[in-house]
Design a protein around this ligand. Sequence first.
Ligand code: NAI
Length: 341
Amino acid sequence: MSDIRVGIVGLGRLGKTHAINLAENVPGAKLVAACSYVEEELEYAKRELGVTETYISYEEMVESPNLDAVCIVSPSGYHPEQIRLAMEKGLHVFSEKPIGLDIEDIKRTMEVIHAHPDQVFQLGFMRRYDESYQYAKKMVDEGTLGELTVIRCYGIDPSSGMEGFVKFARSSNSGGLFSDMSIHDIDLVRWFSKKEVSRVWAMGKNAAYPELDDLNELETGAAMMQLDDKTMAILVAGRNAAHGYHVETELIGTKGMLRVAAAPEKNLVTIFDENGVVRPTSQNFPERFKDAFVNEMREFISCIKEKRQPEVGAIDGLQSTRVAIACQQSVEANQIVEVEY
Ligand code: NAI
């Protein structure tokens, strides 16, 4: 079968990683087109990645007769409309998380996705394609931990990413801390437990970066959640981890517990010097989830070739966004919020 020809929209903090993977690390994929508002990014794609078509307008890119699929890595508020446009043009779609920021908009998008069952749709919950998370998932599914009682998740961006984040949040609505960051943890909670979240109580604080108040963003947030079988989940999300990119998950069950990345270790090196015994840490998402980003894109291309749908789809986007929105409402109302289904 000939290569799947992909056009990418967005070549920013994450888009560049997906573009490199599609051009170099995903057998059977060919990155032929790129769309961005930033001229230097398009020049880079032509020069370094061999892209032959560049666009400032996404609407024009999806008109190209040379595409089989699109990879959407634009700011979150654009995802639903860009998904719909591509689906209606007969293209397969990989979209970054979150699937959207507004429930009605997401529902409209799901209708379009469902109207094109022969086209693949995959959502970018890449943690499901990380080796450690897959190992943990297998243990949970095999019953090694017994029945789950508590799931604890940390997702904290590095302090060094603050400047980039402020730029991102100024140029476009991120959806807030829970839709932007905790969405991955909410997906993990649903994935591991196979349950939906019933109610949430969330709060937040801007201590180190009070200027985030002006952007209506939180530096650190926490949420307590109850699932529909009374399993508990605790989320901590933030943008200010001094030591690096801290993504940690703990699962507590009736027969045992496990932790994924209790410390965000970069590799197997331990340094013994005047600072004591030091373990280097992962500094950002492209580093920590390098293989997961490749694996998810390989899965997308395999699904197209094998005419099947991936495990992670639009419904996971809808349900996780419902929970993230409930967390945001809980912060604003300072009360427990029932998740609306
Ligand atoms: P960014 O702000 O660094 O880059 C945005 C890119 O989109 C730029 O290339 C810009 O030119 C382009 N763009 C903006 N509006 C556009 C439009 N209307 N049409 C065409 N191009 C447009 O953003 P970043 O951080 O790369 O985030 C992009 C998406 O990826 C977001 O939805 C974010 O939630 C998601 N993301 C996911 C991560 C993960 O862990 N899976 C990590 C980081 C981001």
